[in-house]
Ligand binder design. Structure first.
Ligand SMILES: *Cc1c(COP(=O)(O)O)cnc(C)c1O
Length: 405
């Protein structure tokens, strides 16, 4: 601490240091890995190591892709670097309107509004639409940004046990008994820790029975879930039964940043008038809008990337089980490889790093006690050869640590 520190400053900064120390001691301190390369199937770490990357949300492999780089340069040349404005003053360009229209077409909705991030979309979607007379019924494992967005809104909150349709029904009945005007069920389309796909067919049936609307957060689904990659609503054949879709441009759909809400005209119109993260935050950079538009063009003409991602996922899921590892069953490219104990998960991830594989270990309190794991995320950019190299590293580290025989 510098010499000029006053007493009240010292008290403040010391308390921060103590809290950080507590995080370190509790094993909750987050260290950021520094990459010296583009994002991709293979990355180079700061110290020059080449690693096969199995922990990015780069589902379609577009993040470091050369065609994306060129599309963003082209959009920058045409529309400039930035807008220095919010949308409603002088920050809306043709490329933003085109992207909003293309997203609506892709998702099967009427209209779309762009945000700087999906965090902002979820943070700004509830407050303009729902009031003290209304009810929001939310899955208990919904993303942090949904939780924050609901907090910013005056509607009554009902939480249902994760993915539990019986409890959802209980909560819908409770909201009905409380005489709530509008009810909306909110769920992640796919939950990122387990790769669990929300039961949207059942959720929509319950919504019909109890006069509720349905909102899904498609951050881990847009671009690759469903037969043509439209999302979880396509996967479950309920494309015409969802009221509000939120999503990100920062995962499968290119991987830079940006978010959106896609819904009926009335919803989007209200958000343009009232949604605070939209009204009081800068326009999405034209490079991102232009490149995202190219992504949607590509995904609308063929399903090649989506198909490769699912083939890679099926291959990895089947082979890792053959090796004797326990995984959470499913079909999503998020594959939790269960190690149960936190220390095992930490050692395993560290050993894989030495063997040239980048995965992230998760343990309590990020996942429940005794449910420690490494979470593998497949990408369309992975070659079969790379996946087999990863499987061999899992086998070696697994035998060394007595996880498998
Ligand atoms: C990643 C994620 C977000 C946040 O997306 P950003 O565009 O990065 O802000 C929101 N919801 C879910 C479910 C996510 O996985």
């Amino acid at each position: 601490m510098s010499a000029q520190t006053t007493k009240h400053q010292a008290a403040f900064y010391t308390s921060l240091e103590n809290t950080i120390d507590d995080l370190r001691e509790a094993g909750l301190y987050k260290v950021e890995r520094v990459l010296a390369s583009r994002q991709g199937a293979e990355v180079v770490s700061e110290d020059g190591r080449h690693l096969i990357n199995m922990c990015a949300n780069n589902y379609l492999g577009l993040s470091g892709n050369e065609s994306m780089v060129q599309a963003s340069i082209k959009a920058t040349e045409e529309f400039g670097y930035g807008l220095s404005s919010v949308r409603f003053i002088c920050g809306t360009q043709t490329v933003h309107k085109q992207l909003e229209a293309a997203l609506s077409k892709f998702l099967g909705t009427e209209d779309t509004i762009l945000y700087a991030a999906a965090f902002d979309a979820n943070g700004g979607v509830f407050e303009p639409l729902f009031d003290i007379e209304d009810a929001i019924i939310s899955d208990s494992l919904n993303h942090a940004s949904i939780i924050d967005g609901i907090r910013l809104c005056k509607a009554a909150r009902y939480r249902y046990a994760h993915n539990d349709m019986a409890d959802l029904e209980v909560q819908l009945k409770a909201a009905g008994a409380a005489g709530k005007r509008h009810k909306i069920i909110v769920t992640d389309g796919v939950f990122s820790m387990d790769g669990t796909i929300a039961q949207l067919d059942k959720i929509c049936d319950l919504a019909d029975r109890y006069d509720a609307l349905v909102m899904i957060d498609e951050c881990h689904a847009s671009g690759f879930m469903g037969a043509t990659g439209r999302g979880t609503h396509e996967h479950h054949h309920v494309m015409d039964r969802i009221d509000i879709i939120t999503g990100t441009l920062g995962k499968a759909l290119g991987g830079a940043m940006g978010g959106f809400v896609s819904a009926r005209f009335e919803v989007v119109e209200m958000l343009r008038q009232k949604s605070r993260p939209y009204l009081f935050s800068n326009t999405l950079a034209p490079s991102i809008a232009g490149a995202s538009l190219e992504v949607l063009k590509m995904l609308s003409t063929n399903t090649e990337l989506r198909d490769r991602l699912h083939a890679n996922t099926a291959h990895f899921r089947s082979e890792i089980e053959q090796l004797g590892f326990t995984i959470k069953p499913g079909t999503h490219p998020v594959v939790p490889v269960m190690l149960f104990e936190a220390t095992v998960a930490q050692k395993f991830a560290a050993r894989l790093y030495e063997l040239g594989v980048l995965v992230s270990g998760f343990f309590f309190p990020v996942v429940p006690m005794g449910q420690a794991r490494v979470r593998v995320q497949l990408s369309a950019a992975h070659t079969t050869e790379q996946i087999n190299t990863v499987l061999a590293a899992f086998a070696q580290a697994g035998r060394e640590l007595n996880i498998i025989k």
